[in-house]
Design a protein around this ligand. Structure first.
Ligand SMILES: Nc1ncnc2c1ncn2[C@@H]1O[C@H](COP(=O)(O)OP(=O)(O)OP(=O)(O)O)[C@@H](O)[C@H]1O
Ligand SMILES: [Mg+2]
Length: 326
């Protein structure tokens, strides 16, 4: 299998007046051709920062303080600058930003935005427009109407689908979608998920699907990475992680999914709020919210251990269970 993305020990920091906040710490993952990854975690866990890190475009004052990003077995992308980097972006990899429905240019009709992308990448305008029609059709959008509309004339769900269509315009091999369904009602959400699955199958494209909503993740990805306080706490095949979550945080996230029928059982839901990145205690960052914590949790940060089902987890209890079984 061809590895199309290899991320090793990505670490990203934001200096503040008093200290340096490590928003992403030692994140590593690989994606094989056609495979998709979900990144899940609560607000502030570092999901969007990872996405920006992949493209070496972390917003100021952030900086990548460590790690490597290799696309298609090439050199470290974090060392590549200027025009080469810009060309690579969109044509090989592309990103649909968080709240991307608001990142469309409000002053330009969609067709002009298509022309701009074509111009920037020296693609014939008519070819780009024909391609956009095809993609919008695939997104169940009326191409004529959409192309001649300003963004404010489209609904949120339509704008989200337009953003995904534009990101696919240059046939990228990987597309990063940051919270693509979060601002949508359930019907539009289901429609976007269905479209993403179709794109995955028909175009053999890889998705990196970022969301705080673990309930949608298993529908579109092969593997999942659960983030807490900038660290990966659990990582592995999505089906395994969803069926047999090993980290108490993952279990809490899954238990917090409201049931389709009946009442929400708040006693099972995840309690407390995410740890303050300015003040992470020593040991496990999740300790203050963990009902299973043991004294070691406040002393030593849990190392990652590989379980039998190909899942990796950073929890002292999982390590003990793995050791006692092995
Ligand atoms: N521009 C910035 N300046 C300072 N700190 C930042 C900045 N952007 C992010 N951070 C820090 O990085 C952390 C992670 O932010 P990030 O946006 O990656 O989280 P997220 O998981 O995408 O959250 P959400 O689900 O709300 O989108 C934040 O909690 C914050 O401490
Ligand atoms: Mg985000």
């Amino acid at each position: 299998m061809e590895t199309i993305l290899d991320v090793q020990n990505l670490t990203i920091e934001f200096p503040t007046e008093t200290r340096v906040v490590r928003a992403v710490k030692d994140v590593s993952f690989q994606i094989q051709k056609g495979e998709s990854l979900g990144i899940v975690g609560e607000s502030g866990s570092g999901k969007s920062t990872i996405a920006f890190g992949l493209f070496n475009s972390v917003p100021d004052p952030g900086r990548i303080s460590g790690g490597k990003v290799h696309f298609f077995g090439g050199p470290n992308f974090l060392d590549i600058k200027g025009e080469t980097r810009r060309k690579f972006y969109w044509s090989k990899i592309s990103m649909v930003f968080q709240a991307s429905q608001n990142t469309l240019n409000p002053l330009l009709r969609i067709c002009k935005q298509v022309d701009d992308i074509a111009h920037a990448h020296r693609l014939a305008k008519n070819k780009a427009r024909a391609k956009a029609f095809e993609l919008f059709d695939m997104m169940h959008l009326d191409g004529n109407r959409v192309m001649n509309s300003f963004p404010h004339e489209l609904s949120g769900g339509m704008k989200q689908r337009v953003s995904i269509g534009l990101a696919l315009l240059l046939d990228p091999e990987i597309i990063v979608l940051d919270e693509p369904t979060t601002a949508l009602d359930v019907i539009s959400q289901a429609s976007v998920l269905k479209i993403l699955n179709r794109i995955r199958k028909e175009r053999e494209i890889s998705l990196i699907f970022i969301t705080h909503d673990i309930s949608v993740i298993s529908e579109v990805v092969d593997s999942v990475m659960v983030m807490y306080a900038g660290r990966v706490v659990e990582q592995g095949p999505a089906k395994q992680v969803m069926r047999y979550p090993s980290h108490p945080y993952t279990r809490g996230l899954i238990r917090s999914i409201p049931p389709l029928v009946g009442e929400v059982d708040y006693t099972k839901a995840l309690k407390g709020s995410p740890v303050n990145l300015n003040n992470i205690p020593s040991g496990c960052p999740f300790q203050s919210r963990c009902e299973l914590r043991i004294p070691t949790c406040s002393e030593i940060e849990p190392p990652r251990v590989q379980l039998d089902n190909s899942v990796e987890v950073a929890c002292h209890l999982a390590k003990m269970e793995a050791t006692s079984q092995g």
